[in-house]
Design a protein around this ligand. Structure first.
Ligand SMILES: NC(=O)c1ccc[n+]([C@@H]2O[C@H](COP(=O)([O-])OP(=O)(O)OC[C@H]3O[C@@H](n4cnc5c(N)ncnc54)[C@H](OP(=O)(O)O)[C@@H]3O)[C@@H](O)[C@H]2O)c1
Length: 272
């Protein structure tokens, strides 16, 4: 299997499915090699108007596409697989973008031997800065993983992980953008508390976030070193850090990510 040659159907093209469609198109994937499915006619019209992509029903997508990228909510996956599962020939590649659902969830509802690849991407895919983790299910080969990688590489970085790590990945990078947005939002509020106009506080913090992220990525330094470089003895930063530690920010993050991991497990249990 190689990229751009096979028809990919995005089944349940909501927010994440749309990210995938638009990313594939930006990377030069031919629009006539893409299909999408949607539950509501208005959503189907929107996708066709925006991307020129053909929106079909789920069974037509199964018929025509070699790769089925399932991007429905986890709680909708069982109903979808009840509909399409028996009709999926075992040579199709199924890529799941559903948080929490193990590949075994799909394999129990698909013909024996169907290759399933589990993918966890994130919303910075919109600006080609996604972090996408890819895992092979029981019947997925190296070639299937490579194809999934080729599809997600144009959207940012990809990494292969054992499937047993995917719930942790979901907690870290899948939900991760939300944590950074929350921090930025809180810091903008702090700027307002200190008397800055909202727009100024926004500009200061957004550029500080971008600069810090680029340094984290490009300097090769451990975050502790980068933080220490800003933390001079008896200075302003250490006064702030004392408050962050006093308020348990580090412990809150540990607990928060554990809660996200547990919720991924719960969603999978509820979907079954
Ligand atoms: N959002 C994120 O940041 C993020 C990050 C990583 C992973 N994910 C995963 O990505 C998946 C999708 O999340 P999302 O945020 O994109 O949800 P979403 O916007 O609700 O998209 C799901 C889409 O699937 C459609 N759908 C549901 N059942 C269908 C069916 N049987 N046939 C055809 N279409 C169907 C829904 O239609 P309706 O519009 O009628 O509901 C909706 O448009 C989830 O499993 C989530 O865990 C999300």
């Amino acid at each position: 299997m190689s990229a751009g040659v096979h028809t990919v159907a995005v089944i349940g093209a909501g927010k994440i499915g749309e990210l995938m469609l638009s990313g594939l198109l930006r990377s030069g994937w031919p629009v006539d090699r893409l299909l999408a499915t949607a539950r509501r006619p208005a959503r189907a019209e929107e996708l066709t108007a925006r991307y020129g992509v053909r929106v079909v029903d789920n069974l037509t997508a199964v018929d025509e596409a070699a790769v089925l990228a399932v991007s429905v909510k986890p709680q909708d996956a069982a109903a979808l697989l009840d509909e399409i599962g028996p009709k999926v020939p075992a040579d199709k590649l199924v890529i799941s973008l559903c948080a929490g659902l193990p590949t075994s969830f799909f394999n129990r509802r698909l013909p024996d031997g169907t290759p399933v690849v589990r993918v966890m991407t994130n919303t910075p895919a919109l600006v080609d800065e996604a972090m996408t983790a890819i895992s092979a299910g029981a019947y997925a080969t190296g070639a299937h993983l490579a194809l999934a990688e080729e599809m997600f590489k144009p959207l940012g970085q990809t990494i292969r992980v054992p499937e047993s790590q995917q719930d942790a990945v979901t907690a870290l990078s899948g939900s991760g953008p939300a944590y950074f947005y929350l921090l930025v939002e809180a810091m903008i509020d702090a700027g307002i508390l200190l008397g800055l106009p909202r727009q100024v506080a926004h500009e200061l913090i957004v550029q500080t976030a971008i600069g810090s992220a680029v340094m984290l990525r490009d300097s090769g330094e451990h975050p502790v070193k980068l933080r220490e470089a800003v933390t001079s003895p008896a200075g302003t930063t250490i006064s702030a850090i004392r408050e962050l530690e006093k308020h348990g920010v580090r412990a809150a993050l540990l607990a928060a990510l554990e809660a996200a991991r547990d919720r991924a497990r719960e969603l999978a249990a509820q979907a079954d």
